[in-house]
Design a protein around this ligand. Sequence first.
Ligand code: ZN
Length: 351
Amino acid sequence: VTHRLPSPGAALVGVDVGGTKVAVLVVSPDGRAIGKAVAPSTTAGGDALIAVIESTVQSALQMAQLPLRDVAMLGVGIPGRVDPDSGHVELALNLNLSGFPLSERLEDRLGRPSVVENDVRAAAFGLHVRGITTPAADLAYLSVGSGIAAGLVLDGHLYRGARGLAGEIGHAIINPGGERCGCGQRGCLEAEASGLAIGRRAEAGVRDGHKTSLRELAGSSISARDVYAAAAQGDPLGLAIADHVGRRLASAVHLLVMTCDVERVFIGGGVSHAGEAFSRPLRSAYETLRSVSVTARELLRPDVIEILSVDAEPGVWGAVAIAAEAWKRLRAEGAPGIDSDGGSRLLAPSK
Ligand SMILES: [Zn+2]
């Protein structure tokens, strides 16, 4: 994965808002990373979040030695349902936001135009723009963290679907009758293979009397990181859970390939950083799916899965990519004042 964007022609800022942290990346007009900052996130509502974003952006700009007025556009990726046209966050449960005019509020504070997109969709678009695949490529980004979601780039365009929900594969039922999910269904991918699901499965295994080193952690909550660390040491419960997750995620990759005919499925998110203990069972389950017939091998190409390294930072680069796209669009439309300091209202919703 390249660590730059093909020359956007102006300085851009990407903001990746998560439930635990806010990360900011400043990119130069020739597409290089020139400033970064990270701060703890907040669930105290819109005002508090705007304040965190503002101060984190200022820190990153300081590192880049770039004045705010030289920033052409900000892109914000946020975990939730957003309306990219108005820049409103419709619903972000983890951040305690609903119907929040994020873009407008940010522009009030920073005086620069901004765009907002769902974080995983933005990351998928960023992977496309970073030139890893061919321009018209079809790809999916599968984020496996405390939850699971995907973003789709089809025929070179970010695909949102009718309501912006395209890629919500976390609630695709992948194991009918399986684990109960927060959405009310059973056997959703997220209930079977997310970081939270992995922890729950380990705790259940300990309660059921499995012989495991994870027993020492019982009482405190067991994390996915603990489970993969145990699996790496050959712990039987850790290995069994890693296998289970590998099979479910291989099914998810299969589903993405068969429904959207994507060429690549990039996998990122906290759980995917567990190294071999994570990747080996996934690749082996994928090989098992391929091995059943000549047809299966033809449908599922061997090089579809790419597990991103920690330093690929799909979130912030995705936010920069949507900023670059919006900036290009505004310039093409010849929006008045685009090159001056007076651009702050350019993307305010038209009422
Ligand atoms: Zn669900």
